[in-house]
Design a protein. Structure first.
Length: 94
């Protein structure tokens, strides 16, 4: 019984650790040029384009896209925009 509870607590701690990691990020570095969208879906309108190696302020992460795609909310020219995770990496450097 104690072993089962310890294992459950350990698993919950791991889940908490990995789900809060993106919150430590301060920016997204775009690896390939991509569009910035108004909502976390490619079916939303594009509000602009960013080039490779451009760094954008990271605001949040959304992973509830209908295809299971994860999105980063970024600051795009002073307004929130969304880029697919596959086009950028999170950076913790300030």
């Amino acid at each position: 019984m104690v072993r089962s509870v310890s294992k459950t607590i350990f698993i919950l701690l791991l889940i908490c650790l990995f789900t809060t990691m993106p919150a430590l990020a301060s920016s997204v570095i775009i690896q390939n040029g991509c569009d910035v969208f108004s909502d976390p879906t490619t079916e939303s309108s594009s509000i602009g384009h960013v080039n490779a190696n451009q760094e954008m302020a990271y605001l949040s992460t959304w992973s509830d896209d209908d295809r299971g795609m994860r999105w980063y909310m970024v600051d795009y020219s002073g307004r929130p925009g969304w880029v697919p995770e596959r086009y950028g990496i999170l950076s913790t450097e300030k």
